[in-house]
Design a protein around this ligand. Structure first.
Ligand code: KYN
Ligand code: ZN
Ligand code: ZN
Length: 208
């Protein structure tokens, strides 16, 4: 069955958070040098491309990636289009039936040039987390590098989602996906100390 890849490619030049570690892949030990194999070396900020945040990212006492519930990163998900807004709050989602939805992916279409880090993005307002929590949502995914405004220091959306037990998936590529219900697979790496992890995020369509 076909998988829809909703991950952003990771390559030298991939946009990163301003001032953060640039993405780099290089063959550090070539086949000629080692006599048998090419061996690669990867340097990157964890918050590059498609990734999850663990609570330690914004809370010194928060859980690390290895302590997160893997089940949330695999299972039924609904993708909805909420493009054309500068922010998303409870009002913007009031018209959607989210009954039985555990994982919600929001397409904001506000990262318009994938080759550059955006100057401005659609962010989540503070009243969204309690609204999602009341509907049983445990994971929110967005197609932008952050759930908060890019210049935010207080990170109201990150903290609000965390305090309502909603996990955060950022940097999805959703422009080529039809809104609807899918199986999401976006597993983090087994990083015991980390504040987040890159993921390979895919959607598997349901065939009926
Ligand atoms: N990588 C960074 C470098 C510097 C300052 C913030 C960030 C972030 O990633 C923050 C943001 N809260 C995020 O996870 O969405
Ligand atoms: Zn992040
Ligand atoms: Zn984040």
């Amino acid at each position: 069955m076909t998988l829809i890849d909703i991950s952003r490619p990771l390559q030298n030049g991939t946009p990163t958070w301003p001032g953060d570690t640039a993405f780099s892949y290089e063959v550090s030990w070539s086949k000629e040098q080692s006599g048998s194999v090419n061996v690669g070396k990867l340097t990157m900020s964890i918050h590059t491309g498609t990734h999850i945040d663990s609570p330690f990212h914004f809370d010194n006492d928060g859980r690390k990636v290895m302590e997160l519930d893997l089940q949330l990163y695999i299972g039924p998900a609904r993708m909805i289009d909420v493009s054309g807004r500068s922010s998303i709050g409870a009002d913007d989602l009031a018209a959607y039936d989210l009954e039985g939805v555990t994982r919600l992916l929001l397409r904001t279409n506000s990262w318009t040039n994938a080759n550059e880090f955006p100057a401005q993005i659609t962010y989540l307002r503070a009243d969204l987390a309690p609204f999602l929590h009341a509907r049983g949502i445990r994971l929110i995914g967005v197609d932008v590098p952050s759930v908060d405004p890019l210049d935010s220091k207080e990170l109201a959306a990150h903290h609000g989602l965390h305090s309502h037990d909603i996990h955060i998936l950022e940097g999805l590529a959703l422009e080529h996906v039809a809104p609807g219900d899918y199986e999401l697979i976006a597993l983090p790496l087994p990083l015991t100390e980390a504040d987040g992890s890159p993921v390979r995020a895919v959607l598997r369509p349901y065939t009926t």
